[in-house]
Design a protein around this ligand. Structure first.
Ligand code: URA
Length: 199
């Protein structure tokens, strides 16, 4: 797939999400002048990070992980010398849920197919899930239901799966916001990220 085709498929996703009037989050977005957050980074990335849903800073700027959780993610990427521009970063849900609440099943169902299309465009070799919603969605998508476990035991583990375009690895990580209120968790997050180091 050429860069041009990837770019136009991504723009199509952007346009569709922008006009996603049947989303329960559409009204909240437009009333608050928020932007959808489609994703950011290299469209040929080997590693794709998938978070949950945009927070306030993200919905204001249209960029994923640019607030406090983003600072932690940047720190984690730096710790394994992985430049942010070399990876692709996105979320399952592309619009901000009210008051930073967790995304609900209806929202995941509406926005999930856009993430599925992004995976087919980028064709990452590794998907790093950030938080339990992302872990659940991605592991189920790649037929890893039998390996599903609470994130407290799954974090830091890598699972082999099969994508439509070939083998893929799923790296399960805690959500970076875990370290916002509890900096003592940062070493655990950094250690988990090391599973990405040699890929
Ligand atoms: N939390 C997420 O899950 N995604 C973002 O983009 C920001 C915070």
């Amino acid at each position: 797939m050429t860069q041009n085709i990837r770019g136009s498929l991504m723009r199509k996703i952007n346009d569709e999400v922008l006009n996603l009037k049947n989303s329960p989050l559409y009204k909240y977005r437009t009333e608050n002048n928020f932007l959808p957050v489609i994703g950011e980074g290299s469209q040929t990335a080997k590693i794709m990070f998938v978070g949950e849903a945009p927070g306030r800073n993200e919905a204001k700027t249209g960029r994923p992980f640019c607030g406090m959780a983003g600072k932690i993610l940047d720190e984690l990427l730096t710790s394994i010398k992985l430049p942010r521009e070399n990876v692709y970063i996105t979320n399952i849900v592309k619009d901000r849920p009210q008051n930073n609440r967790d995304p609900n099943p209806e929202e995941i169902e509406i926005y999930g197919p856009f993430l599925d299309r992004q995976i087919e465009i980028i064709k990452p070799k590794i998907i790093a899930t950030l938080g339990r919603y992302s872990m659940d969605y991605i592991m189920k998508k790649f037929d890893l239901n039998s390996e599903l476990q609470p994130i407290g035991s799954a974090h830091g583990k890598m699972f082999d799966a099969k994508a439509s375009y070939g083998p893929i690895k799923i790296a399960v990580l805690y959500h970076p916001c875990v370290a916002i209120y509890n900096r003592s968790k940062l070493p655990i997050l950094k250690k988990d990220l090391e599973i990405l180091k040699y890929h």
